[in-house]
Design a protein around this ligand. Structure first.
Ligand code: ADP
Ligand code: MG
Length: 468
């Protein structure tokens, strides 16, 4: 390709100039429509940009199509031992946008060493921090039945971002099943295979905050332009766009722009596209354009492999029967699996004890109990009644006897504190009262808590019983 470009350029400029400025250029790799060329110095690159950008552009576009891109990699001059960050001026080849842009390129340069390719004329290209977590790789993402499709799709995308029919890739599944891990792994592998691509990982919450901030500062256009430059955009937990009309709208535009240009979009969600609530139909339909792949609860073998890997990383060994016991019993998700493992290790270390089946069983049963124990309003009423030795029927009745009123009010107060039930629903469940009564009860209890020492004692006692 470069040879063809050269012959085109040779035909169009003076021979002297050609010999001076084009012969020393060495072609580098060509990936898709991005050609890397090596130039001898920074000065060389600046000269090319200033004088020959048009002819370079035409030559490239002729060979590689309209969206051809060029990346320079600069072989540093021996004498310029510039180690400190420096600023590169990137002139735009586009006449309308002829505003030179100052861009910080904080690269650690060493004499004679090749610099990262980082400049693409005609399109101002920033080096951005991808926000990828280097601990989340494919290497330590255990493959299993539960994640096979999503993982394979991710791998395919990493090889050819934007070049597969998996655009967007929509990964969904419950908490702790590996969505975040997997998308980081994809991002990291893209960076490895295609260092010239701009990859960005962003949580949907952060995206939303940035957008709100941009609106406040009246620079929404900068926000949009920034996102439209990304080659591989990874947005985690897209379900958080639910109900956020304005953010959905701006994301819709960014999505379209990226998709039209064949840039890769990767999304995760705790629900399938069809199940997401309060999301514009046009977005939902776009989520389904590419591939939706779900992550399921890991099966026994996958759980066992994950445990083994984690222990190996930590340099710890567990007896086989213990591993088997954990893998058998913790079947919810990977995060809990890791959590249980950590608890057992902590138990053993704290008590300086060997990791035995017995210790494991006891640690896990405690964990499972606390996780499963959901505090219900019934349970709260029962606890409060036992404490004050009144009958549940009494709290439920209309009676206004002093000790019953007090128990009733406390039950309401604790229901508000320990459950997610609304005031109205608490009222219905505790003696068929309305929400104003519950609100009043909560206020009364808080007042007494501050002013009455004995009462404060009751509250503490009951709290302890409820949480026990
Ligand atoms: P999600 O984003 O779906 O809630 P995460 O990606 O945060 O889940 O995963 C939770 C934890 O489980 C992380 O520590 C992750 O490294 C680990 N994990 C999930 N799936 C795997 C897997 N297949 N192999 C190894 N570790 C995994
Ligand atoms: Mg996550």
């Amino acid at each position: 390709v470069w040879d063809k470009c050269l012959s085109f350029i040779k035909d169009n400029i003076a021979e002297d100039a050609y010999n001076t400025w084009f012969l020393p250029i060495r072609p580098g790799k060509l990936i898709n429509n991005v050609l890397t060329i090596q130039v001898p110095s920074k000065f060389f690159y600046e000269w090319l940009e200033e004088h020959y950008i048009k002819i370079l552009k035409s030559a490239l576009q002729k060979e590689l199509g309209a969206d051809a891109k060029l990346v320079y990699s600069i072989l540093m001059d021996q004498k310029s031992e510039g180690r400190e960050p420096f600023t590169v001026r990137i002139p735009s080849s586009n006449k309308e946008k002829l505003k030179p842009q100052e861009i910080e390129a904080p690269l650690n340069l060493q004499a004679g060493k090749m610099m990262n390719p980082f400049i693409i004329p005609g399109l101002q290209k920033l080096k951005i921090d991808s926000q990828l977590n280097h601990n989340y790789t494919f290497n330590n993402f255990i493959e299993g039945e539960s994640n096979r499709l999503a993982r394979a799709a991710g791998r395919a995308i990493a090889k050819r971002p934007g070049g597969t029919s998996f655009n967007p890739l929509f990964i969904y599944g419950g908490v702790g099943l590996g969505k975040t891990h997997l998308v980081h792994a994809i991002g990291l592998e893209v960076k490895e295979l295609h260092p010239e691509k701009t990859v960005l990982y962003v949580s949907t919450e952060k995206f939303t905050q940035q957008f709100i901030e941009a609106v406040k500062n009246n620079n929404q256009n900068d926000f949009i332009h920034f996102y439209q430059m990304i080659d591989v955009l990874i947005m985690d937990d897209i379900q958080f766009l639910s109900g956020k009309t304005k953010t959905q709208e701006v994301f819709f535009h960014i999505f379209n722009h990226l998709h039209q240009r064949g840039n890769q979009i990767i999304l995760t969600s705790d629900k399938s596209p069809a199940e997401i609530q309060d999301m514009e139909d046009r977005l939902i339909s776009r989520f389904k354009w590419g591939l939706s792949a779900d992550l399921q609860n890991p099966d026994y073998n996958t759980r066992l492999s994950i445990l083994k890997q984690k222990l190996e990383n930590d340099g710890i060994e567990f007896p086989d029967e213990v591993m088997d016991y954990i893998a058998q019993n913790i079947d919810t998700n990977v995060r809990e699996l890791e959590g249980s493992l950590n608890s057992i290790i902590a138990q053993a270390t704290l008590n300086k004890r060997e990791i035995t089946l017995d210790l494991t069983a006891r640690t896990l049963s405690k964990l499972v109990q606390t996780a499963r124990k959901e505090i219900s309003i019934d349970y709260i009423q029962k606890t409060v009644c036992e404490y004050f030795k009144v009958k549940i029927e009494d709290i439920q009745s209309k009676t206004r006897k002093r000790d019953v009123v007090q128990a009733r009010q406390l039950a309401m107060f604790f229901a508000k504190q320990y459950t997610k039930a609304s005031l109205a629903s608490i009222g219905t469940q505790i003696g068929k009262r309305d929400h104003a009564t519950v609100l009043h009860a909560c206020k009364t209890v808080k007042n007494l808590q501050e002013t009455d020492k004995a009462f404060r004692g009751y509250i503490e006692d009951i709290s302890r019983k409820i949480a026990d």
